[in-house]
Design a protein around this ligand. Structure first.
Ligand SMILES: Nc1ncnc2c1ncn2[C@@H]1O[C@H](COP(=O)(O)OP(=O)(O)OP(=O)(O)O)[C@@H](O)[C@H]1O
Length: 191
């Protein structure tokens, strides 16, 4: 069953053509990795799919009502709120959140502000937040980028476990072949 169709998407920024007629069909429950060189428009495509930015031409057609959770490449938290307050703002699935907090030992960071924790831990918080927001379409933009090998392994295990037995459609940007082999049903090359 088709989940979404990317239909002839075109997008330019300041006269610079970034996406020039992208077509893609994604099935319900499919895990698609989007790859391509820096600057080719992977993040732009994800943001258009999520409705964050509008295309110049073309459409995103959902054949299943989407419930989207998006982990951005550049981690976004409100700087004036503690990590706990940042999580509390969005998270509704308390059970998933509780398990992930224990698994990644995040409790010690709760009272700290985003600027007081490392980039790697900010990324883990961002991943935990994405998984704890109800979704049938999970969009992850380079979720393992600033993680050390041990944290990366753990995040990947959690992701695989989360996707197992759930009909979640995954769109994930990655530059790593190992992730592609482990997680993807299909690679979409935007080059
Ligand atoms: N809001 C914006 N205003 C102007 N230019 C933009 C904007 N967003 C993206 N771009 C440009 O569009 C192009 C594609 O950017 P995008 O972030 O989608 O690429 P990407 O494939 O995700 O790159 P990377 O692998 O480096 O993350 C780049 O040249 C970028 O500078």
């Amino acid at each position: 069953m088709v989940f979404l169709r990317v239909n002839n998407i075109k997008k330019s920024f300041d006269e610079k053509k970034v996406l020039d007629g992208v077509f893609m069909e994604v099935y319900k429950g499919e895990r698609v990795i989007i790859k391509g060189p820096n600057g080719v428009g992977k993040t732009t495509l994800l943001k258009i799919i999520a409705g964050i930015i509008l295309p110049d031409e073309g459409s995103i057609d959902f054949l299943v009502k989407p419930q989207i959770s998006f982990q951005f490449q550049n981690v976004v938290f409100f700087p004036w709120l503690s990590m706990m307050e940042n999580l509390e703002l969005f998270v509704r699935d308390k059970e998933i959140l509780k398990n992930l907090i224990e698994y990644f030992s995040l409790r010690d960071f709760f009272h700290l502000y985003p600027s007081e924790i490392s980039g790697g831990y900010q990324q883990i918080f961002s991943f935990v937040r994405a998984l704890s927001i109800p979704h049938n379409l999970l969009i992850l933009d380079e979720p393992f980028k600033s993680l050390d090998p041990e944290r990366k392994k753990r995040v990947k295990e959690v992701l695989k476990d989360h996707l197992k037995d759930r009909k979640i459609t995954l769109l994930m940007v990655s530059h790593q072949e190992e992730e592609e082999r482990e997680i993807a049903d299909r690679i979409f090359n935007l080059a």
